[in-house]
Design a protein around this ligand. Structure first.
Ligand code: PHE
Length: 464
C-alpha cells in the first residue's frame, strides 16, 4: 500500500507552527522574571550567545534528523542510528507525554481566566474582578472538579486541532493564531508601557547589572539562561524531529535554525515588556511561575477598573493561544511515531484514533495533576514533589537533557556527516564549519551543564 505520510503546506506554515511550539508559557512567565532576577541586560547577552552557539545548532540538528529519515521520533532514531540509539528516541518520546500531563492543566487555567475576565467585562459575574488574585487562584486549584474540567477542555481543544492533520489542523491554526498572538501582544505592550510608573519595570528587566557575574555568579546566570532556552525552544522531546519530518526537501534548515530561536526570543522580550512595566506600575512584586501569571497579573487587571476586564481577557486569550500552539506540538510529537507505525504496517493513516487515545491518556495525567491541587491533596511524587513538579522533573529535568546529550554526542562524534549532508539539501549552509564545531565541542558540554543545572534546581542542591 502506498504511504500517505503528511507534510506541511508551505514553509511559512511550518515556521509559524515551529515558532508556535516554541512560544508558550515559558516565554510568558519564565523569561521576563529570570531576566530581571539575573542581571537584566547581562542575562540577555548570555541568552543571545547561547541562542547562537547552542539554540541554532540544536534546532538544526533536530530538524535535519527528522527530515533525513522522514520519520517521527522513535523510528527516526532507529533509522538514523541503525538501531543503536533507539532508546534515545524512546526517551524523547516519553518526555512530551509527561509534559502534556501538566501543560494542559496550566492551559486550562489560562482558558478559565480568559472566560472569567471577559465574563466580568460583560457583567456575567464570574467574580474575578474584585477578588484578590491569590484568593481567586486558591479557590480555583482547591476546587478540583473545576480544575479538572478546564484541563479536559484544554486537552480536548488540542486533540481536535491535532486530529485534523499536520496541514489541515496544526498548520492552519498556527498560520492564523501566531500573527494574532503577535498583534495581541503588541496591544498589551503599548498599554503596559504607557502606564504611569512603567519605567521601573523596564529597568527591572533591562538594567545591566554585571555584579551578578562576580566570582562564580556567572555560572548560575549561565545555568538559568541555558535551562530557559532549552525549554523555551522546545528542545529534547522530538518536537522538532517530528516537525522536521514533514518538511520539504528544498526548505532551508539553516535558516529555520536561526529564525525559530530568534523569533522565540523576540516574543519573550515583548512578553516581558507586556508584563513587568504593569507589575511595577501597580506597585506589585515581580515573581516567577504560576504566581506571576495567575495572581500578580490578575491583581494588575483588577486595579485597572473596568478596562481590566478587557485587557485581562485579551491577555489570557493570548496566554491560551500560546499554550495551545505549544501543546499541539507536544501531542503531535507523541502520536507521530504511532501514525508512522500504522503507515508502515499498511493500516493507513490512523491519526484521529491515535490522537484521541494518546490525548486521552494525557488527559488522565492532567486530571491527576488537577486532583493533586498543587500538592494539597495527593501524596507527593517521589516523596517530595507535587504532581505537576514530579512530571516536570521527569521530562524537563531528566529525559530532555539526557536525550539531547546522547543525540549531539552521536551525531557530533560518530555519524558526523549525516546531518550536514541533509542540511545541504535546500541550503547553501555557509555555516557548516561553525555547525560542526559547535555540535562536536560545545553542544555536549552545554547539555551536560543543563542536566546538572536542572537537577540542582529541582533538588535545591545549591551546586550553582
Ligand atoms: N516552548 C514552550 C514554552 O516556552 C514549552 C514547551 C516545552 C512546549 C516543551 C513544548 C515542549 O512554553
Amino acid at each position: 500500500m502506498k504511504k500517505e505520510r503528511e507534510s506541511w503546506g508551505s514553509s511559512f506554515g511550518f515556521l509559524m507552527a515551529a515558532v508556535g511550539s516554541a512560544v508558550g508559557l515559558g516565554n510568558l512567565w519564565g523569561f521576563p522574571y529570570k531576566m530581571g532576577a539575573n542581571g537584566g541586560f547581562a542575562f540577555l547577552l548570555f541568552y543571545l550567545i547561547l541562542v547562537v552557539f547552542a539554540g541554532y545548532v540544536l534546532v538544526m540538528t533536530e530538524l535535519a534528523l527528522g527530515r533525513a529519515t522522514g520519520k517521527s521520533i522513535i523510528p527516526a532514531y532507529r533509522a538514523a542510528t541503525d538501531g543503536k540509539m533507539t532508546f534515545v528516541g524512546v526517551f524523547s518520546a516519553l518526555a512530551p507525554f509527561f509534559i502534556l500531563g501538566f501543560y494542559c492543566y496550566l492551559g486550562g487555567y489560562a482558558v478559565k481566566y480568559m472566560i472569567s475576565n471577559f465574563g466580568d467585562l460583560f457583567g456575567a459575574g464570574f467574580g474575578v474582578n474584585g477578588t484578590e488574585g491569590s484568593e481567586f487562584f486558591t479557590n480555583l486549584f482547591t476546587n478540583r472538579g473545576e480544575s479538572a474540567v478546564y484541563t479536559l477542555i484544554f486537552i480536548a481543544l488540542t486533540i481536535i486541532i491535532v486530529s485534523r492533520g499536520v496541514k489541515g489542523g496544526i498548520e492552519k491554526f498556527n498560520k492564523f493564531a501566531m500573527p494574532a498572538l503577535f498583534v495581541l501582544l503588541l496591544i498589551v505592550v503599548v498599554r503596559s508601557c504607557t502606564l504611569e510608573g512603567a519605567g521601573a519595570g523596564i529597568s527591572f528587566m533591562f538594567k545591566p547589572d554585571f555584579s551578578v557575574f562576580h566570582g562564580t555568579g556567572w555560572i548560575s546566570v549561565l545555568a538559568a539562561a541555558g535551562g530557559q532556552m532549552f525549554f523555551s525552544v522546545s528542545l529534547g522531546m522530538g518536537i522538532l524531529v517530528t516537525y522536521g519530518s514533514y518538511m520539504d526537501k528544498n526548505d532551508d534548515i539553516a535558516r529555520s535554525g536561526f529564525v525559530i530561536p530568534v523569533a522565540d526570543t523576540i516574543i519573550a522580550i515583548l512578553a516581558g515588556l507586556a508584563i513587568m512595566p504593569a507589575v511595577f506600575a501597580f506597585g506589585m512584586e515581580p515573581t516567577g511561575g504560576p504566581g506571576l501569571l495567575f495572581m500578580t497579573l490578575q491583581n494588575v487587571f483588577n486595579s485597572m477598573g473596568k478596562a481590566g476586564g478587557l485587557f485581562g481577557g485579551l491577555f489570557y486569550l493570548l496566554v491560551s493561544i500560546a499554550a495551545l500552539t505549544s501543546s499541539m506540538s507536544v501531542l503531535e510529537a507523541i502520536i507521530g511515531s504511532f501514525i508512522d507505525n500504522g503507515l508502515d504496517k499498511g493500516k493507513g493513516n490512523q491519526r484521529k484514533m491515535i490522537a484521541w487515545i494518546a490525548g486521552g491518556l494525557c488527559a488522565i495525567m492532567g486530571v491527576a495533576v488537577a486532583f493533586d491541587g498543587l500538592g494539597t491533596y495527593l501524596p507527593p511524587m517521589f516523596g517530595r514533589f507535587c504532581w505537576l513538579d514530579g512530571f516536570d522533573l521527569l521530562a524537563e529535568g531528566l529525559l530532555m537533557p539526557i536525550a539531547t546529550f546522547c543525540t549531539v554526542c552521536y551525531f557530533g562524534w560518530i555519524k558526523k556527516d549525516f546531518l550536514p549532508t541533509e542540511i545541504k539539501n535546500g541550503s547553501s549552509f555557509k555555516t557548516e564549519g561553525f555547525y560542526r564545531f559547535c555540535l562536536r565541542w560545545l553542544a555536549p558540554v552545554f547539555c551536560a551543564f543543563i542536566l546538572v543545572g536542572q537537577i540542582d534546581s529541582f533538588f535545591g542542591l545549591g551546586i550553582f
